[in-house]
Write a protein that binds this ligand. Sequence first.
Ligand code: A2P
Length: 266
Amino acid sequence: MNLKLLNGAEIPAVGLGVWQVEDGAQTEQAVSAALEAGYRLIDTAQGYGNEVSVGKAIRDSGIPREEIFLTTKFDPNRDDSFTEAQKSLERLGTDYVDLYLVHWPQGGPTRAWAGMEKASAAGLAKGIGVSNFSAAELAELAKVSEVPAAVNQVYFSPFAYRRGLLDASNKVGLVTQAYSPLGTGDHLTDPVVGRIAAELGRTPAQVLIRWGVQKGMSVIPKSTHRERIEQNFAVFDFELDDATVAALDGLDTTGGTAEAREDKWW
Ligand code: A2P
């Protein structure tokens, strides 16, 4: 299942995130397992330090590059997003990424955008977007951008259900992508999620990922275990009914804010 982006491209509804996955064998194995399980979206970042292994696993898979949606991110501690895009591509061993994101709005939401647009114009990135941006920051960026941000990747789950942010993004066709949809694993032991999973004969991870998919987001759970990677992708053969979605919505602890996250580190 795919979602349509503002640049006309399609992005898979579920992908593998490799934040905190070690460079080398661990990343290669996770990406290989994901591609074998049917994933076609891999999400990395300059700051994760594992682009080399992501690129190697993609090449080794034998799957044509154009069938895989590859995302990386500009580390805003660096100066120039265009130059950093070139370096990321070298590490990834590919000519382009499908999506290049500003990792967080350090220095202001518009600071890196000219370089992002240059990367887009030069064909280094088919799509450009942001991560960890609030609705106010998205609006500020929209005022100066010639190429609009296609994606905002944020910390999102039923427990961090930022309705204000999702609604504002949906209004302008900007796709929200949910990272840490399992709350970095913390939400898997929640009793409400557990009860729903038991009733449906699914796992808590599948319930949380499915919730994100039904909210119209692209969801990128992280795992380094093959069986979990497979499990997290097996979310297209069941549906949460309205009452179940409402029960999950009720787990929100953010008050439906339009903020990107409450614990900003930048
Ligand atoms: P591991 O990588 O050891 O499999 P998030 O995507 O919210 O950041 O969550 C990632 C965390 O959840 C990791 O610690 C990961 O552990 C764990 N995890 C991912 N998928 C599953 C699953 N299906 N069942 C149990 N734990 C999972």
